[in-house]
Design a protein around this ligand. Structure first.
Ligand code: CA
Length: 220
């Protein structure tokens, strides 16, 4: 028993996956293909994908924003549980990576629901705000360049409806945010956003130690 969050050893983690992971064949294939890329560490864990899909179902998400799509695993995990008229705006700058995702989105039959915008996400999000999309999204997932995290958060918050949810990935950053001697730019950016959300009265929050840490913020 434990009164604090367990650090999972390999045996417990394997048990967690073996018992609870419901990963579709397409998701598994996409994860395996991505794991062979040099940048494979940028992919979220399968249990995190399942957690995000469950959150999307819980809040009845129809309109989703994703900042940082990479090879499309999280987009696929969430798009699979959206209603037929649901949509996910996926922001990324890499055609090479998102092409891998696109193939799998098509195979899974959800490509129509995913609106890929190949441009800097700040441009895409700002354009959405200017086009009057404020308050129209249910869920946002931020998992891109850490230096822009604060800007992404502020833009996503404007685009979310009250009761909508922002998920910020890599909130624990491999433990580096807790190391006072670590002053890497990415660490500083994540640490600053964590600290800001810790006292941001516009949202209710929980920092969930799944994957590399997901900071959840529900817009009030
Ligand atoms: Ca990430």
């Amino acid at each position: 028993m434990s009164t604090r969050t367990l650090a999972l050893d390999d045996r417990s983690y394997d048990y967690l996956l073996a018992t609870s992971l419901r990963e579709s064949e397409v998701l598994r294939d996409l994860r395996e293909e991505t794991s062979r890329l040099p940048m494979s560490r940028m992919q979220i864990s399968p249990e995190q994908g399942q957690f995000m899909a469950l959150l999307a179902e819980l809040i009845g998400a129809k309109r989703v924003l994703e900042v940082g799509t990479f090879t499309g695993y999280s987009a696929l995990a969430v798009a699979q549980v959206l209603p037929p008229d649901g949509s996910l705006v996926a922001c990324d700058v890499s055609r090479e990576w998102t092409d891998i995702g696109r193939r799998h989105w098509q195979r899974a039959g959800v490509a129509e629901r995913i609106d890929l915008r190949l441009a800097p996400a700040v441009e895409t999000l700002t354009a959405l705000v200017e086009q009057g999309a404020k308050g129209s999204f249910d869920l946002a997932f931020i998992d891109a360049d850490k230096g822009n995290y604060d800007l992404y958060y502020e833009l996503c918050l404007r685009l979310l409806r009250p009761g909508g949810l922002v998920l910020v990935d890599n909130a624990l950053w491999g433990g580096d945010v807790a190391d006072p001697d670590n002053h890497e730019p990415d660490t500083l950016a994540i640490r600053a956003l964590n600290a800001k959300l810790g006292r941001d009265e516009r949202v209710s929050i929980s920092l969930v130690p799944i994957g590399d840490g997901v900071l959840m913020a529900r817009k009030r």
